[in-house]
Design a protein around this ligand. Sequence first.
Ligand code: FAD
Length: 163
Amino acid sequence: MERQQHRADVVILGSGYGGSIAALKLAEAGVDAVLLERGSRWPVDDTGDTCATQTAPDGRAAWLSETSPLTGAKLDVCTGVLEFVGGSDMNVLAGTGVGGASLATNGTMCEPSPELFRQTLGDVLDHSEMTERWYPQARELIGCPQTSTSPISTARPARSPTS
Ligand SMILES: Cc1cc2nc3c(=O)[nH]c(=O)nc-3n(C[C@H](O)[C@H](O)[C@H](O)COP(=O)(O)OP(=O)(O)OC[C@H]3O[C@@H](n4cnc5c(N)ncnc54)[C@H](O)[C@@H]3O)c2cc1C
């Protein structure tokens, strides 16, 4: 492999939501920044088979693992999109690849209640500034529709077609 040298004022590790937004904002501000990503780039095309499915996972589903982090199915070892990190009292799934965990997200965007927000972040960030300014901006950028109530709290039990 050819060795290259590159100097930059800022080095960002990881191209998930955090790293890629930081890279965008720094580039817009004219700062010389480099973003490094350990995982692969997964080009999306019209065939729709960029990713493995949950029911038929292959090596693309897991980061350097012989088993699927979701189903335990046997896999070819590959630099796939999800890393499983086992802990003593908690297991963690982490995204790996250009785009980070957005490659494997469930596609939901939830805004925490003021209580939950403060319980987690204290007064480090202002909840009302988030709800008035930043959450709407993120929703608009991502293009996600908004529901005013939780679909979970208002969901009715599923009925079978014959009941
Ligand atoms: C399966 C799954 C489903 C999810 N669904 C949702 C959802 O529906 N809604 C929601 O809001 N959130 C969801 N999340 C959570 C959300 O994806 C994360 O909160 C978010 O991606 C975190 O962003 P991040 O930039 O901090 O990290 P990540 O997106 O995890 O990005 C980190 C990046 O850093 C790279 N990296 C790590 N170490 C190095 C290194 N040493 N050198 C170079 N690169 C490195 C990784 O490969 C990865 O690409 C989900 C997460 C998972 C795993």
